[in-house]
Design a protein around this ligand. Sequence first.
Ligand SMILES: [Zn+2]
Length: 68
Amino acid sequence: MGKKCTICSQEAMFWVKGSSEYYCQGCAEEHFGDVSLLVPADEQAKNLKKAMEEVPEEDEDEERREEE
Ligand SMILES: [Zn+2]
């Protein structure tokens, strides 16, 4: 949420993997022709959230080990 199209500043639907460029549906089709090359913006957010959730779990595990 909150990402905007690099070209027209509308809400972005797609993200270019490995870059900081975002595109709405219309601009993605116009510039890439095939939107299957792009990552859906909400999927990128999901991956980031997953990565953030995994970190505290590891920390908790280490703390528990130190106490024993
Ligand atoms: Zn656009």
